[in-house]
Design a protein around this ligand. Structure first.
Ligand SMILES: [Zn+2]
Length: 230
């Protein structure tokens, strides 16, 4: 993907004016998905960045931390996932980000509707609005990078998470088999995605750390895109 010089912040749609301290670089996907140990130049993994307002970017920080920590327990098993896991373990030992870890752990319930789950299984009663918000941001960032267009998302983008060992939803299997388009990840083992428009529906599939599949799907409406000045 070619570097872009955005003239607008894709998060709020307002112009960027190059004011020092007011603007910042946003990473697409969130930086926390890529462990620092893999960010070395020799690994050649660099996330895409977009210039945005710092305040707009910061308004997502807590949700992105939640998103990452919710998925980290399932990260182990690949190089990129293991690196993120190790970093989380180290942070916890250093008493960093403990609140968010405890919050996620408290959301893992041993029973569903009063029925006790088999030993070792938990029901994750997660904060889906926060996950939807982060997934929506990633999608909007990718759309901006690809088309230099600001996407407005509908209220519901039907986000689903498939963890390692779970079967992905049927629509995902259909999408990967039949929908046009190729996988567009450039961040080997960290993040890959595929997008297509099928029967008036936008369908997005993302793969994080080669471990977790996230799908999002929403209807096309007439006013989804606001083109940037070119
Ligand atoms: Zn903004």
């Amino acid at each position: 993907m070619k570097p872009l010089r955005p003239t607008k912040c894709y998060l709020c749609g307002k112009p960027l004016q190059g004011v020092k301290g007011v603007e910042d670089y946003d990473h697409v996907p969130p930086k926390q998905l890529l462990a620092k140990s893999l960010r070395k130049p020799e690994n050649r993994i660099k996330l895409w960045t977009l210039r945005v307002h710092r305040a707009c970017n910061n308004s997502y920080s807590a949700d992105e931390a939640y998103f990452t920590h919710l998925l980290i327990p399932f990260a182990k098993g690949t190089v990129a996932g293991e690196a993120v896991w190790q970093k989380a373990v180290q942070d916890y030992a250093e008493k960093k980000a403990r609140d968010i870890v405890h919050r996620v752990l408290n959301q893992a319930k041993p029973s569903v509707n009063g029925v006790l789950l088999p030993r070792g299984k938990v029901w994750l009663d997660y904060e889906y609005e926060r996950i939807d918000r982060v997934v929506g941001k990633i999608i909007r960032g990718l759309v901006y990078l690809e088309r230099k267009a600001i996407l407005s998302l509908p209220a519901n983008i039907n986000v689903r998470i498939t963890l390692p060992g779970q079967s992905p939803p049927d629509d995902f299997i259909w999408f990967m088999t039949n929908a046009p388009g190729e996988s567009a990840g450039e961040h080997q083992g960290v993040f890959a995605y595929r997008y297509s428009m099928v029967d008036g529906l936008h369908y997005w599939a993302m793969l994080i750390w080669d471990r977790v599949i996230i799908t999002a799907c929403f209807a096309e409406t007439t006013s989804l895109y606001g083109e940037e000045d070119r």
